[in-house]
Design a binder for this molecule. Sequence first.
Ligand code: FES
Length: 261
Amino acid sequence: YRGEGQPFIAEYEVPVTKGLTILDGLIYIKENLDGSLSYRMSCRMGVCGSCGMFINGLPRLACHTQVEELNSRIIQVAPLPNFPTVKDLIPDLGPLFDKHKLVSPYIFRTDREEYDHPTREYRQGVEELEAYLQFSYCIKCGICLSACPTVATDEAFFGPPALAQAYRYIADTRDEGLNIRVEALDSQEGPWRCHFAGACSAACPKGVDPALGIQLLKKTIIGRRLGLGKLRPRATIVSPPEGVGPSPEVPKAPPPTVKRR
Ligand code: FES
C-alpha cells in the first residue's frame, strides 16, 4: 500500500545466507532492488519494537525472525493487521499508544512531595518485583494487539498491551493508582471483553504473557468490588543502612500460562 490506491503485492528475490533475518532481507531489497520500499526499524535486536510485521501469516518482529526458521522459499511479508497502514510495511501504531495512555502507565503516588523530590528509597523484595516483572518486558511493538481476535472485531477494546500494562502498575507495591486505573478500565471495552484466546501471549516476542495480566486484572477488579480490603502490601519507604546494596537474590519471571509457538 503506497498511501493511496489499492494495496498490491510486489515480489523480490533475495540471496539467503545463514542467519539472515527478515529485516536483513528487507534492507537488501531497499539497497539493491527497490529503494521505495518502506518499513520501520531501529535497533535490529528485538528491543525497540519498531519492526513488527505480518510474516508468513503470523505477527512477528522482522529483526527477530530468521529466514531459515520459516522453512519456506517463499516468504510473505505484510503490514501488521488490526492497525491502519501508513505505507508498505509501516503500521500506524497510534491506536496502541492512545489506549496505553488511558491506563496511566507510570507509578502513581499520592505523596507528591516525596515522589517529586525523593529523600529515601521505595524498597521492594524479590516477590514484590516478581509480581510485575514479566509485564515490564513489554516493548510496545503492537504484535499482541495484532494477534488479538477480539481487537479484530472490536477496535474499541482496550487490547492486550494496555490492559497488561495496567496490571503491571497495579501489581507494583510502589504504586497508588489502582482506583484511577480501574475507573478508566472497568467497562465493556475493558478486561471483560477479553475471551482469553491467548493469541497475544503466544505471539509476544519478549515472552510476556498479556493474557495472564488481563485475567489478574479481572481478579483485582472483582476483589475491589467485593471490598476485600488491601489487595497487596505497600512498598515501605526506608533509608537503607550505610553500605547496604541491592538484594543479591535474582528475581524470576513467573511461568507463562500459554505455550509459545
Ligand atoms: Fe528494533 Fe526490530 S528493529 S525490535
